[in-house]
Design a binder for this molecule. Structure first.
Ligand SMILES: [Zn+2]
Length: 284
């Protein structure tokens, strides 16, 4: 049995299903395992697309902690949520999955979420993201359009609600699909490993407003922008992140140095498998 398991793991790694990357939780290199169930509809060197449910697909890249993009389809239009880090010919890959006209939206502008936006003639983004450094949108030559909080995107029999969720970045945005009781959270909660580039008060407010809307819309799962295993954002996980953030801000939890942290975030604190990376400027 053990030999079969080792062989299977090896084949999966060779097939690019696992992706080795630095785990920002402890800095070690390891293979991350995105969600492995779901029919594979496209497999290439840069990305694997799997069907999550009827009209919903997840694309897993392997540049930064299984960066993930989502394609969802209504009767008349499709919506691409994020454009990954580095995926050659992303537009053609998307076209092989859906024949509907595609609207492109970003959860935020960091380059692991906007890396291939140049494949598309128009992108929708939270206006607060336009000043984000380290993004692929700054050199984008297509049309940049601005999302608004509460905006409804009609895909034909499937409406997606735009929900601003500042914290990771000022313009982080979540997309909610009440009819399927799912949503898409990008890096808003960091899949349990948050890089906090705003401040704790902003993040705590976002946790409260997101928990409230999830309850109202009966949404149980937010598909995230990264995977460290099978870890979609759920109300329970957001509550854990909220509790940790509150205790860091109050001083009940003290951070430790975060050597080599992304974005220059020099402090980190962790509890129960949840982690927040921050700087002293965030402590307000
Ligand atoms: Zn980000």
């Amino acid at each position: 049995m053990k030999a079969i398991r080792i062989l299977t793991m090896t084949l999966l790694m060779l097939a690019g299903i696992f992706c080795k990357a630095q785990d920002p939780r402890d800095g070690n290199m390891r293979y991350f395992e995105p969600v492995l169930d779901g029919e594979v509809v496209y497999r290439g060197p840069d990305v694997v697309f799997r069907k999550l449910s009827e009209g919903t697909w997840m694309g897993s890249g392997h540049v930064i902690a299984s960066e993930t993009l989502y394609l969802i389809e209504g009767k008349t239009r499709a919506l691409l949520i994020d454009t990954g880090a580095k995926i050659a010919g992303l537009d053609k890959i998307i076209r092989s999955i859906t024949d509907k006209p595609v609207t492109v939206v970003l959860t935020h502008a960091h380059s692991d979420h906007s890396g291939n936006v140049g494949c598309f003639p128009q992108v929708w983004i939270n206006p607060s993201e336009i000043s984000v450094r380290s993004n692929a949108v700054s050199g984008y030559e297509g049309q940049v359009s601005f999302l608004s909080d509460g905006q409804k995107i009609d895909l034909g029999g499937r409406t997606i609600e735009v929900f601003f969720a500042p914290g990771h970045t000022q313009g982080s945005t979540i997309f909610l699909d009440s009819s399927r009781r799912i949503g898409f959270s990008g890096s808003s909660f960091g899949s349990g490993n948050l890089n906090l580039l705003t401040d704790f008060s902003t993040f705590l407010k976002t946790c409260d407003s997101v928990l409230s809307v999830l309850k109202k819309r009966k949404i149980r799962i937010l598909y995230p922008g990264h995977y460290y295993g099978d870890n979609p954002d759920t109300p329970e996980r957001i509550k854990e992140m909220r509790s940790l953030a509150k205790d860091i801000l109050s001083g009940d939890v003290t951070g430790v140095p975060n050597t080599g942290g992304s974005f220059g975030l020099d402090t980190r604190a962790a509890r129960n498998g949840f982690r927040i990376n921050y700087s002293s400027r965030s402590l307000k």
